[in-house]
Design a protein around this ligand. Structure first.
Ligand code: SF4
Length: 332
């Protein structure tokens, strides 16, 4: 796994404004993480191996372009396994599923491939382990998010959802000496730490997770956007509205000093009015966003005079996950 390394911007250690000109700062890392890459490749390989149609429960990753492209290739996206005909193949998305979903699929004789990100699986295992030891588990995350539903479903009788600092007041536990917090993988690091601080005020013996639950990709993208945001009149985050980590990047950019920040799925959604009076535009993308969509935004900006692009690099990522066992022989 990669880790954050000291800030470097392009080949220098300081930001260099282009004289009196317009410029783009391009965050690195951005876009696809190892878990998304694996999940998308899982569906592509399953299509090659088994032929269309194949079924995917929920969006394989939270990105409109990815979902629409796979749909055109013969993927049928469903909300629940009871929409999949008996005996057919269903892929579980990168966000993970609860044991109840696996049980439903088995009952309907569905063939399954699990594309859950291994870093989500790690949080599931933590939930199971601390439930076995009879802890109260305070799961910090967004209500209704698929990942949170999957993790909570591992131990519903032990898990309580904490959706942000303001939710802390209503939390009660059975034994204050056996309380641990876990989290969704794609949260804002700063907001999560605020929630943890509030929880710890209430439960001083609160235990931390054995390792970071907010994943390396979420953290690295937030660090990069924080590095460039103070220089930016505008930050454009490429990503979908239902992508938690993409939405967090907009919030982090604004919190770190960007004068404005917007989320767009496609270049055509960039409003030219946003560019009026702007000298520096920062660009980043969520962990489920293919680079082609960022290229589209860069091309659009170049047409508006923002041809100068400076990378802002805060980490190098090299992590790759193996495909699910059923598809391992066919990795490209
Ligand atoms: S954002 Fe993190 S947890 Fe989610 S798929 Fe990517 S690496 Fe896995």
């Amino acid at each position: 796994m990669s880790s954050a390394i000291p800030l470097s911007i392009g080949t220098t250690s300081t930001l260099t404004p282009v004289a009196a000109g317009k410029r783009v700062l391009l965050a690195e890392p951005r876009g696809y993480c190892a878990g998304v890459d694996r999940a998308v490749e899982t569906v592509e390989k399953a299509l090659e191996k088994h032929g269309a149609p194949i079924y995917v429960r929920k969006e394989i990753v939270h990105n409109r372009h990815v979902v629409e492209t796979l749909r055109e290739r013969g993927v049928i996206f469903v909300d629940e396994t009871d929409e999949v005909p008996e005996g057919e193949l269903v892929v579980f998305s990168a966000h993970g599923v609860s044991p109840a979903v696996h049980a439903d699929a088995a009952e309907r004789n569905l063939r399954t491939i699990d594309a859950t990100c291994p870093l989500v699986t790690k949080v599931h295992q933590e939930a199971k382990r601390f439930a076995r030891d009879d802890y109260d588990i305070l799961l910090i995350g967004h209500e209704g998010h698929e990942e949170v539903e999957g993790t909570a479903g591992e131990a519903p009788e032990h898990v309580q959802l904490v959706d942000g600092p303001d939710a802390v007041d209503k939390i009660t536990v059975r034994d204050e000496s056996k309380v641990i917090w876990l989290s969704q993988t794609t949260l804002s690091v700063d907001e999560t730490m605020e929630t943890v601080a509030r929880l710890r005020e209430k439960f001083p013996a609160l235990q931390d997770p054995p390792s970071d639950d907010i994943c390396y990709a979420t953290q690295n993208r937030q660090v990069a956007v924080k590095a460039m945001a103070p220089e930016c009149d505008l930050v454009i985050v490429v990503g979908s509205r239902n992508s938690s980590n993409s939405v967090r990047l907009v919030e982090v950019a604004l919190g770190a000093g960007a004068k404005a920040a917007h989320l767009v799925d496609y270049a055509r959604e960039v409003d030219p009015a946003w560019l009026e009076g702007v000298r520096t535009v920062g660009i980043t993308s969520g962990a489920s966003v293919p680079e082609i969509l960022v290229r589209g935004v860069l091309d659009m900006l170049a047409e508006h005079g923002f041809g100068e692009v400076q990378p802002v690099t805060t980490a190098n990522e090299t992590l790759v996950f193996a495909l699910p066992r059923e598809l391992r022989s066919s990795r490209r």
